[in-house]
Design a protein around this ligand. Structure first.
Ligand code: HEM
Length: 116
């Protein structure tokens, strides 16, 4: 079960005793994950009680990481506090798809030149 949690409450959980982080408008309680996080506890503490979406995406977390985080979800932001950033993941996937396509086209052109 998840509930709506506002920043007024989230920002109280900003130290190692209790670490709540907002990522893509969802609220995660990662207190028990501090010691297990491959990126270290400091990375999580830095955005404790805040929105860590940007930092989370800058690292380029794997699908694995995104699955693990589901376990820690405790709620979502109220609609009035949400930001429009929940599509960043899709955007970065799209970016890679476009890059892969561009690469394939270049390889195709080079191969065609060599083979003709
Ligand atoms: C519930 C939230 C999070 C989970 C479950 C999580 C999980 C993970 C996992 C599994 C990795 C290993 C690499 C990978 O699989 O991508 C990782 C690496 C890392 N994470 Fe997180 N992470 C979370 C939040 C964050 C946040 C908010 C930050 C930054 C503020 C962060 C910073 C990092 C860094 C710096 C690395 C190391 C990357 C490297 O050394 O290659 N993580 N995280």
């Amino acid at each position: 079960m998840t509930r709506e949690i506002s920043f007024a409450e989230i920002k109280k959980h900003n130290n190692e005793k209790s670490v709540w982080i907002v990522i893509h408008n969802d609220v995660y309680d990662v207190t028990s994950y501090l010691g297990e996080h491959p990126g270290g506890e400091d990375a999580l503490l830095e955005v404790a009680g805040k929105d860590g979406t940007q930092n989370f995406e800058d690292v380029g977390h794997s699908e694995d990481a995104r699955n693990i985080m589901k376990k820690f979800k405790i709620g979502t932001l109220p609609p009035s506090e949400r930001t429009g950033s929940s599509n960043i993941t899709n955007c970065s996937n799209l970016k890679w798809a476009v890059l892969a396509l561009a690469g394939a086209i270049v390889v195709g052109i080079v191969l065609k030149k060599y083979l003709s």
